[in-house]
Ligand binder design. Structure first.
Ligand code: F6R
Ligand code: MG
Ligand code: MG
Length: 366
């Protein structure tokens, strides 16, 4: 039987600004899925990362299934009702359409899904990030699936010796999915040439070239491409299968010790280092820093184990301190240069308006 894992996540309201959802909201989403998902969902897990609440579903209905997508949408609507009752900030923020129409893609929530025949043991990783966008996973995925400096298995394990196929999306293209397939290791320069541009090119999926199986699937939504205006950063989610034909868990985690600079942070308009955090972490300094959590699971006949919190380990405390330092360092230059995103990535219209006014006041001296 083919198992499907689907993560569907949305920001539907938070306590005290864009910090974290309330317990009551999370409970409302959880009870809704538990009750209404009977018969369709084999198992599920609800958690939050900053202000985003993510539902991980395990089921047998395949990718893009209307029942599962509707269930997530309705659960977010139920959560939004609680957010409104409690006066939470940004209630229903990511539900950009008034009513559900078949699939949550393009309606605000982020989605990452994969279908596969379960191995006898099936370990996988759930990732959720806040205050950043889908390109945040480009570098860690490149390093984990194509660079033997981070993934020792690429040279040590015969089951990865053929490398991986990267499927990369041009997220600027809004009339349909514009995709390219590139093969590591032969085409790593081409992969790097695209993935260096985190705002335009995003890894959608990665496949093993040893057995053709799917190894990774990430959400690729750009909210500002859907809504045409700022509605929050895209806060991406991702699934990664590990071990065997795929990198080991530790090889996938390894690049997250860089705390690489990503787009997001305050008002989705800055550059900040990506901090690996524990499950259900909140947001703080300068509405950030951008955070990512990783929960490791096994799935068997569609049933999930409890999660092992991959960044809840003393090693990552040291990384978090290092990343805090990087966050402080870049914040010291305020609005200047690389600290704030380029003009077309700014998520608020203030500067655009200001430029319009100032433009009139320029004079050209001959
Ligand atoms: C970034 C984010 C926050 C808000 C900021 C202002 O993704 O969610 O940094 O942009 O708190 O919030 P609003 O515009 O809702 O007043
Ligand atoms: Mg938000
Ligand atoms: Mg968010």
């Amino acid at each position: 039987m083919t198992t499907t894992l689907s993560i569907i996540k949305a920001d539907i309201g938070s306590i005290g600004g864009h910090i974290r959802p309330s317990e009551k909201l999370i409970q409302a989403v959880r009870s809704f899925v538990a009750e209404k998902g009977k018969g369709a969902v084999t198992d599920f897990f609800v958690s939050h990362t900053g202000d985003d609440i993510a539902i991980l579903f395990s089921h047998f209905l395949g990718k893009g299934n209307e029942k599962i997508h509707r269930l997530a949408w309705d659960a977010f609507v139920a959560g939004t009702n609680v957010a409104k009752e409690q006066g939470l900030y940004g209630a229903g923020q990511d539900l950009l359409k008034d009513s559900f129409s078949g699939n949550v893609k393009g309606m605000g929530p982020a989605v990452a899904e994969m279908e596969f025949e379960e191995r006898p043991n099936e370990p996988f990783l759930f990732f959720a990030a806040d205050k950043t966008d889908p390109g945040a996973y480009n570098l860690p995925l490149y390093l984990a699936f194509a660079d033997p400096m981070y993934n020792a298995g690429l040279i040590l394990s015969p089951s990865m010796n053929k490398g991986f196929k990267f499927v990369i999306m041009d997220v600027n293209h809004t009339e349909g999915d514009r995709l390219i397939e590139l093969h590591a290791p032969e085409e790593i320069y081409d992969i790097a040439a695209l993935l260096r541009d985190n705002q335009r090119f995003v890894v959608e999926a990665i496949y093993s070239r040893n057995n053709g199986d799917i190894g990774a699937a990430a959400s690729t939504t750009r909210l500002h491409n859907i809504a045409g205006k700022y509605t929050g950063k895209d806060d991406p989610v991702m699934l990664v299968r590990v071990q065997g034909a795929f990198p080991a868990t530790g090889e996938v985690l390894a690049p997250f010790n860089i705390g690489h600079y990503v787009a997001g942070f305050m008002r989705g308009s800055h550059t900040g280092p990506l901090m690996p955090v524990k499950m259900n972490s909140s947001i703080s300094y300068f509405d950030g820093p951008p955070v990512v959590c990783c929960l490791a699971f096994c799935v068997h006949n569609g049933k999930l184990t409890e999660p092992a919190d991959a960044f809840d380990h003393p090693y990552w405390d040291w990384v978090r301190n290092k990343v805090s330092r990087k966050a402080t360092d870049i914040r010291q230059q305020g609005f200047s240069g690389a600290a704030m995103l380029p003009y077309n990535e700014l998520e608020y219209g203030g500067i655009v308006e200001k430029m319009g006014v100032l433009d009139q006041r320029f004079i050209v001296k001959k």
